[in-house]
Write a protein that binds this ligand. Structure first.
Ligand code: PLP
Length: 400
């Protein structure tokens, strides 16, 4: 896509970002060449070199040249690979693991990977949507006392897809490592949108997805801090990806991933996007005081605003904006496209009524001042109509 089609404005980057022009070029070029990276001839060797080049680029982009990276079909597969009760961690005394996670995770994590339900526990989040660090310490202390022979994989997202709220990953990893447990971070919403230093943050495993950062659909990665961490493969067969993910590598998509990483590194858009989002929210608060912005005072992803207008359901608001040429989403949409209640807002103690009105406006690398202005004007016109309607209703109540 790259250019907005039909003058529409795309504000649903957290679902999937518009593909970058350079990615389209790289993928198109690669698709013309037969590319099985296990083949020994020139084409095969070129495909292998492209994959290894992407692996290197990715490792450097997170400041961890020693990272062990497994390319997968999606972040969902990467999460499934990481959340393994029989994962091997060289040098660790644990040979089996439990899972501790939070109620605000993406459904790919909440499904628990390969853990059984009874092996999964939850750490509390505060009403701000941020992990309760005291509860985390308390639960890990209890695990260490009750099951000293078992390890714990703690899976906590970097940023929430519905609200953009960022978790204090460094503080979390400091707590986790006191017990020699492992931290898995679902960094799908963060990678390629903000700078992520895996080593400094103390992340042991990280799941990523190319399509959230302007890369192609259908490719993700599990990044392990080193090859000392080895999950049990989900797919067995040809032994590709160091035996951790059999199946011919999707080398064309991986080339696209590589191009997307390059684009982000060459033109980081973060500061500008954050300024635009803040100005947009300030203007909303000033001119539409009844609009609620979720997590307003939290540290959030640069391009995410989660908000509710008074008296209008999220689905009606979404449809009205869609008719005005603006694509947004409701906080939580299941795969069938039906709107379900948001488990994220529920965990933040946001009541069902407010939750049913929340939409998500998420921008990214192509989002401009003009896009935010048009979104603001559209919201304002809907807001004014709603106010007008409620004034008429008030008057008619008085006449009755
Ligand atoms: N984790 C988060 C936070 C997400 O937002 C998503 C996608 O929406 C996923 C995981 C799953 O990613 P994928 O579509 O690559 O499976």
């Amino acid at each position: 896509m790259a250019k907005q089609q039909f003058d529409r404005i795309y504000f649903d980057y957290n679902a999937t970002a518009p593909i970058r022009e350079a990615v389209i070029d790289a993928v198109q070029k690669a698709m013309r060449i037969p590319s099985n990276a296990s083949s020994i001839h020139t084409e095969g060797r070129q495909a292998r070199a492209n994959i290894e080049n992407c692996r290197r680029k990715l490792a450097l982009s997170i400041n961890n040249p020693k990272a062990m990276i497994v390319f997968t079909s999606s972040a969902t597969e990467s999460i499934q690979l990481a959340l393994d009760p029989h994962l091997k961690h060289e040098g660790s005394r644990f040979s089996s693991w439990k899972l501790l996670t939070t109620p605000v995770e993406h459904s790919a994590v909440l499904a628990g990977g390969r853990f059984e339900k009874e092996q999964i526990s939850f750490v509390k989040v505060k009403d701000t949507g941020v992990v309760d660090l005291r509860d985390l310490s308390y639960q890990l202390e209890r695990f260490a006392k009750d099951s000293p022979d078992k390890g714990v994989i703690i899976s906590i997202q970097y940023a929430n897809s519905e609200t953009g709220i960022i978790q204090p990953i460094k503080e979390i990893s400091d707590i986790v490592h006191k017990y020699n447990y492992l931290l898995h971070c679902d960094a799908v919403q963060a990678y390629g949108r903000c700078s992520l230093d895996m080593s400094e943050l103390g992340i042991d495993m990280m799941s990523l997805s190319a399509h959230k950062m302007g890369g192609p659909l259908g490719v993700g990665a599990l990044v392990c801090a080193s090859d000392h961490i080895r999950p049990t493969p989900l797919l067995k067969g040809g032994g590709q990806e160091r035996g951790l993910r059999s199946g011919t590598e999707n080398s064309t998509a991986i080339i696209g991933f590589s191009a997307a990483i390059e684009c982000f590194q060459q033109s980081p858009f973060l500061d500008q996007l954050e300024d635009l989002r803040k100005a947009f929210e300030d203007k909303i608060s000033h001119e539409m005081p009844e609009v609620e912005i979720i997590g307003r005072d939290n540290e959030r992803m640069a391009g995410t605003t989660s908000l509710a207008l008074p008296q209008i359901s999220a689905s009606s608001l979404l449809m009205q904006l869609d008719l005005m040429g603006i694509s947004v989403s409701t906080g939580s949409a299941c795969s069938s496209g039906k709107v379900s209640k948001s488990h994220v807002l529920k965990a933040m103690n946001i009541d069902d009524e407010l939750s049913s009105r929340v939409i998500r406006i998420s921008g990214g690398h192509e989002t401009s001042q003009e896009h935010y202005d048009r979104a603001f004007d559209a919201l304002k016109s809907i807001y004014m109509k709603l106010l007008h309607r409620s004034e008429i209703q008030d008057k008619s109540v008085k006449i009755d």
